[in-house]
Design a protein around this ligand. Structure first.
Ligand code: MN
Length: 444
């Protein structure tokens, strides 16, 4: 499907429904109707079946959904593409951003009366050593000097009006540093619960100049046939019209200790000094659904890893046009380890594919490159390819002294790590018969 084609011609525009109606109609959703302890209880329930969404309907006023986008298959189904087609779909959005449709009328969400009190929302305390209750599925919309940015950040609900936010050194962090240099608090809108395309676009890391909301709108149109409906809030901040909960506030000039917090690797991120966010207004739809992402499980892998794959794909494709598929593996927390399959055309393609994958994702630590007959979404099959086609004396190379991920506890000072690549592609021109796996035909 070319980028000029919004969607397959035989597919009708998808209906967009409020989150609660989507959850009601989805047979995969597991309902937990009873009372649940916000201290560790939500985590315990989600871990009962981390491959399915869990909808906690027992909280008064505001229900809670965990693991909404728990798997590649769920995301693919919602986008209307095949699972292996997700990176290409995301790439279409990244390369062809489109403005959202900013509506004039009032938004479906409305401000809650009375003083701001975030502790009235069912915000879970997820893991025993976490610092406190956290909002984890929070997308920050910010604008500084005319440039808008979307990004995911965890926010510790330390008190009724907010708490410290974890800002990794990317775009929002840059905006905060620049505004603080001028002594100005940065206005932000925090979206909890919005269309999938908005969620995925917010997780894309691209150039500073790109507005992720335009990526979201482009992706949204490819599914629905129209741009993403948005509303304009104070300070010119744009958020999706179909948002469940919107918090409006400021990144203050103050820092406080943030963490510990259990992150994607299932290990605790240490305490750091981080900016404090103050919330001035809470708006919700009637009977809102608060989404939560449980760290270190399916949805966290999907929302961190999937939006990285198109960037890796683009990088590999620039060197190896025969690239078939890329994947960040769950075993590597969808961040550190990847597998790439290629249609090999030149003898060096395997090594070049690995080098380009590293270039596409700075946190990447290990790449396995396989031929296109290997299903890279099947970990056993990838290991089988290593077992039967790989020889370390010619297929392995190391890149010592490179910068890796701050999440990897085995990395050295300044996240210095040794990257490694395993080229399990067969040499061109070799007799492939001894290497081919019998694919026993399915019964008709
Ligand atoms: Mn950005």
């Amino acid at each position: 499907m070319g980028p000029g084609n919004p969607r397959p011609t035989d597919a009708p525009p998808a209906e967009v429904v409020p989150l609660a109606r989507y959850l009601e109609s989805d047979p995969e959703v597991r309902r937990v109707p009873g009372p649940v302890d916000l201290h560790l209880g939500v985590t315990r329930e989600i871990l009962e079946d981390p491959r399915r969404p869990t909808w906690f309907t027992g909280f008064p006023g505001c229900t809670l959904v965990g693991n909404l986008w728990s798997s590649r298959a769920r995301v693919a189904r919602a986008l209307g593409v095949a699972p292996e087609g997700i990176p290409d779909r995301l790439l279409e959005g990244i390369e062809h951003p489109e403005p959202p449709e900013v509506g004039e009328g009032p938004a479906p969400f409305h401000p809650l009366p009375g003083p701001v009190d975030l502790t009235k929302l069912p915000v879970p305390h997820f893991y025993p050593r976490d610092a406190g209750p956290y909002l984890t599925a929070a997308v920050f919309s910010a604008r500084w000097k005319g440039k808008q940015n979307l990004s995911f950040h965890r926010l510790w609900v330390k008190g009724p009006t907010g708490g410290p936010v974890r800002l990794v050194p990317r775009h929002l962090d840059r905006m905060v540093r620049e505004s603080r240099a001028e002594g100005v608090e940065l206005p932000v809108a925090i979206v909890l619960g919005a269309p999938l395309e908005f969620t995925l676009a917010a997780a894309v890391s691209t150039d500073y100049a790109v507005d992720e909301l335009e990526i979201a709108s482009s992706l949204y149109r490819r599914r629905t046939g129209r741009p993403l409906p948005a509303v304009r809030l104070a300070h010119d901040l744009l958020v999706p019209r179909d948002s469940e909960i919107v918090l409006e506030g400021r990144v203050t000039l103050r820092d406080e200790a943030e963490g510990p917090f259990l992150d994607v690797l299932g290990t605790y991120d240490p305490v750091r000094s981080q900016p404090v966010v103050e919330i001035d207004r809470v708006s919700t739809v009637d009977h809102p659904v608060l989404p939560v992402t449980l760290a270190g499980t399916g949805e966290h892998y999907v929302l961190m890893g999937l939006p990285r794959e198109p960037v890796i794909l683009r990088s590999v494709r620039s060197l190896v046009p025969g690239v078939r598929a890329v994947r960040l593996t769950e075993g590597g927390a969808a961040w550190l380890h990847s597998v790439v399959s290629i249609e090999k055309r030149r003898e060096g393609d395997g090594k070049n594919a690995a080098l380009a994958a590293f270039a596409g994702h700075g946190s990447l630590k290990r790449v396995v490159v396989v031929d296109s007959d290997i299903d890279i979404f099947n970990d056993e099959e990838v290991e089988w390819a290593l077992a039967t086609r790989f020889q370390a004396d010619r297929g392995l190379f190391l890149v010592p002294g490179a910068t890796g991920s701050s999440l990897d506890p085995s990395a050295g000072k300044d996240n210095v790590t040794t990257k490694w690549a395993l080229d399990a592609t067969l040499p061109l021109g070799v007799d492939r018969r001894p290497f081919e796996r019998e694919r026993f035909p399915k019964a008709p």
